[in-house]
Ligand binder design. Structure first.
Ligand code: SF4
Length: 473
């Protein structure tokens, strides 16, 4: 049995940030190579602190969904997963046994040599006449691999240079150049470099955004909207502007390669993780009788299950939108009725107006998406196996812009938690609160919070910054 975990950054504010990891997880899930493919996030749930607990097997491969190495892949993710490692990740990755699971942590997908094929695939999308040895009409074509670049992270440019070297060796393009937004050579100087009458520019970026849609086209001297860019004349040259590499479907191939390489001759995989399975069996026993889990109502119906917001109890099914897949539930519960993003799923804002009809396997996945890690953590709490992490420990662990939460005094933390956590179903074990009954005992809102979530940490940081600004004025 094998579990694959894709780690994205996520966002407390923007629901779109998590979509790329969801999309690649779906593509890989469809191939049936892993028993499960799970997503985890720094700023959404399941969080990095929870995600390993949500995996069903004892053989777990974790892949950071980042375009280059850096602070998140070398500091934040290893720290939050409890890998006991900080700093550059060796090419073979890191393997640790954590809580009975063998966890293999790899380099980010963006540094894999397979990205060269993705760059070429993006170029071919806007220049379909590229044959195996160059353009079929014989016109010289230059390629620009365009990276963000930064003086703070030389890894980011190293990957661009390595891909360019492989593309030069491939001989498909008459010239291959590397340009950057934030370091030399800069994208604004491209016209002085390129001699070929045609030039294709491939942004080595993780996603479409402000840079790929606005600043880069401006720097290149392109006019109009992105859809006009393929084949736009620029002086005596034709400019072809491709979409970013990170959104290409072939990234799924790169992820699978990374996972296979991390395992090496890893054998047939692990076993079912017993604590995880026991938690879900406890949940299913409850669900077969009908249950309330937080704001969710679970009703068994002729061999399948219906879930809906408990506030919609009694409403005719025809009045509600009917969903039939866990992914449909996921996409519905990620936003409130008002369309606001829900980075913390146990906040009391589960949207209404929908129902899902699911078999038992899909019920598990749908409940996972609705309340990530809640079944596993609640069961562990009932077995006295969920260890709370006090605020001081969480604060001490923070680095970068969040290190300032270490300056928060207990009253500040309590004030912020009083506002944020009051809207949450979970009981703050980390603050010394006690949870005597859980939804597994029939108390719908009984869910433990073992550790302050990143949403609360971010709010405490804001509070500290506000106080400092107030004191200075
Ligand atoms: Fe909920 Fe507060 Fe725990 Fe975050 S820290 S999960 S808001 S109880």
């Amino acid at each position: 049995m094998r579990s694959l975990v894709l780690i994205g950054h996520g966002s407390h504010l923007n629901g779109e940030s998590a979509v790329a990891a969801y999309r690649y997880a779906e593509l890989i899930r469809a191939r049936g190579l892993f028993d499960e493919v799970i997503e985890g996030y720094w700023k959404e749930e399941p969080s990095l602190r929870q995600v390993l607990r949500t995996t069903a097997s004892t053989d777990v491969t974790v892949i950071p969904m980042f375009i280059s190495e850096g602070y998140f892949t070398e500091t934040v993710i290893p720290r939050e997963l409890g890998l006991g490692h900080q700093g550059p990740v060796p090419p073979e990755g890191i393997a640790r046994v954590i809580g009975g699971r063998t966890v293999r942590y790899t380099l980010p997908y963006g540094v894999h040599p397979g990205m060269t094929d993705v760059i070429e695939a993006r170029a071919r999308e806007v220049l379909p006449d590229l044959g195996p040895d160059g353009p079929t009409d014989g016109v010289d074509t230059a390629l620009i691999v365009l990276g963000h670049g930064t003086t703070r992270n030389e890894n980011s440019s190293r990957v661009i240079y390595e891909n360019a070297a492989r593309l030069r060796a491939g001989g498909l393009f008459s010239e291959v150049h590397t340009l950057f937004l934030d370091e030399e050579p800069r994208v604004t100087g491209w016209a002085d470099l390129v001699r070929a009458p045609r030039v294709v520019i491939v942004p080595f970026f993780a996603s479409e955004g402000w840079h790929t849609l606005e600043t880069i086209p401006q720097d290149l001297g392109l006019t109009g909207t992105v859809t006009d860019f393929p084949g736009q004349p620029h002086g005596h040259q034709q400019v072809f502007y491709a979409r970013p590499v990170g959104t290409h479907a072939a990234i799924a191939d790169v992820i699978v390669h990374l996972a296979e390489e991390a395992r090496g001759a890893g054998g047939p995989g692990g076993d079912t993780e017993r604590g995880h399975e026991a938690a879900w069996q406890a949940f299913l026993t409850l669900a077969r009788r009908g249950a309330r889990v937080g704001e969710l109502l679970v009703t068994p119906e002729l061999g399948v299950f219906e879930i809906r917001n408990a506030l919609d109890e009694g409403r005719p099914g025809g009045d509600l939108m009917t969903l039939v897949t866990p992914e449909g539930v996921r996409d519905r519960v990620r936003f409130t009725d008002g369309g606001e993003h829900r980075p913390v799923h146990t906040l009391r804002s589960l949207p209404r107006g929908w129902r899902a009809v699911l078999n038992e396997a899909d019920l598990r996945r749908a409940v996972h998406y609705t309340y990530p890690a809640v079944v596993e953590e609640t069961y562990a709490h009932g077995c006295h196996a969920l260890r709370p992490t006090p605020w001081a420990t969480t604060a001490r662990r923070q680095t970068g812009i969040y290190a300032k939460v270490q300056r928060a005094v207990p009253e500040q933390v309590e004030r912020v938690a009083g506002r944020v956590c009051a809207a949450c179903l979970r009981t703050r074990l980390w603050a010394g609160e006690r949870l005597t009954h859980s939804f597994l005992d029939g108390v719908p809102g009984g869910m433990p919070c073992a550790e302050a979530c990143t949403f609360l940490v971010a709010e405490v940081r804001e509070e500290v910054a506000r106080k400092k600004a107030g004191a200075a004025s």
